[in-house]
Write a protein that binds this ligand. Structure first.
Ligand code: PEP
Ligand code: MN
Length: 355
């Protein structure tokens, strides 16, 4: 079977199947849109904390079968254990996806492969929670070894340690690198889990299409505010249809390969620059907090000893990363100048408050 997807595939549906009505009503509203090629829904939900909604379980498979019967939409569900695969297969599920938490654990992926052996079904592998490309590739390889079906990747962003508007920071350079290393694996973007907030979903989806991703997986719920999981990021069906109608689908190359090497490098640079800016903003925010602290304790904004330590340790780290001393020093001076400016402003405010 070919590993190429010519047109972006759009998969839409709720984060979780909650009730039969919710599933069928959501499907009824989105089924008529020609771009939507499959209906997604979580049946067994991996939750970070116990006590959250863990999915409706097996009975939800019956609700999904009704979606397929009534609207002819192929179905996609998350599988995390061989038992999920068996049950989903019995229910005639067409696309399986491996969730971010499962991809993160090679033992779990290996266990899953036992039940996927010899199957000719579509399997999508989400990126692991952490930005670890080897782990993502490893999971894809493990699955490709045992299945003859189409294996795809889903980019759903990475757990952010830095301040960012996203629930999961996209780090576009990582899926781009995956595409470079495994050009035969189509990559779908999941703007819902990247955004974590419905207002951002459209722009992330468009960005993915501009990077020539092979498809999108988007969450939609009949009553998003009352959804039992991922309430903030799910779109009402009407909003999803509007979003899809506003997306610009770019021409893809006939062979499905999507970018020249130069474009790919430039996109990586864009993504890295935006992460640098987000980190700088976070640094300045912390500087502001230090300024507030100093203000009430009457500590000077500039402290020579601390500054010398910063320069020395950063130059050392920079050198070990292959950055020139001169460059690191200039960059630090510029960052430090801005920090001093911020703290001096805070001090001035204090003086004004006194007068
Ligand atoms: C989901 O798709 O609802 C889900 C749980 O996703 P992820 O594995 O990306 O967190
Ligand atoms: Mn979700």
């Amino acid at each position: 079977m070919s590993h190429q997807v010519r047109k972006p595939i759009i998969i839409a549906g709720p984060c979780s199947a909650e009730t039969e009505e919710q599933v069928l009503q959501t499907a009824a509203k989105v089924a008529g849109h020609s771009a939507i090629k499959a209906f997604r829904s979580g049946v067994w939900k991996p939750r970070s904390r116990p006590g959250s909604f863990e999915g409706a379980g097996d009975k939800a498979l019956g609700w999904l079968q009704k979606v397929k019967k009534e609207y002819g939409l192929p179905l996609a569900v998350e599988v995390a254990t061989p038992m999920h695969v068996e049950k989903a297969l019995e229910a005639g599920i067409d696309y399986f996806w491996v969730g971010a938490r499962t991809t993160s654990n090679p033992f779990s992926v290996q266990e899953l492969t036992k039940s996927l052996k010899g199957l000719d079904v579509h399997i999508m592998v989400k990126n692991p929670v952490n930005p670890d490309l080897a782990l993502w590739i490893g999971a894809i390889e493990r699955i490709m070894k045992v299945t003859s079906g189409q294996v795809m990747a889903i980019h759903r962003g990475f757990y952010p340690y830095e301040q960012t508007p996203y629930r999961n920071i996209p780090k576009w350079e990582i899926p781009i690198e995956l595409k470079t290393r495994m050009p035969e694996v189509p990559i779908i973007c999941d703007p819902s889990h990247i955004s974590g907030n419905r207002d951002l979903v459209g722009e992330v989806a468009q960005y993915a299409l501009d990077l020539n991703f092979d498809g999108l997986m988007i969450e939609t719920h009949i009553d998003p505010d009352n959804a039992l999981s991922d309430a903030n990021q799910q779109l009402e069906p009407a909003a999803l249809l509007e979003l899809l109608d506003n997306l610009q689908f770019r021409e893809q190359n006939v062979n499905g390969s999507v970018q020249t090497a130069l474009e790919s490098f430039r996109n990586q640079i864009d993504s890295i620059d935006s992460q640098i800016l987000e980190l700088l903003a976070q640094r300045m925010e912390t500087t502001r907090k230090i300024g507030e602290y100093k203000k009430y304790r009457n500590v000077a904004a500039f402290q020579l000893k601390r500054w010398k330590n910063i320069v020395r340790s950063r130059i050392e780290t920079g050198s070990s990363l292959g950055l020139s001393q001169d460059f690191v020093k200039k960059m630090l001076q510029s960052v430090h100048k801005e920090s001093i400016r911020i703290q001096s402003e805070i001090m001035k405010q204090k003086d004004k408050e006194k007068n």
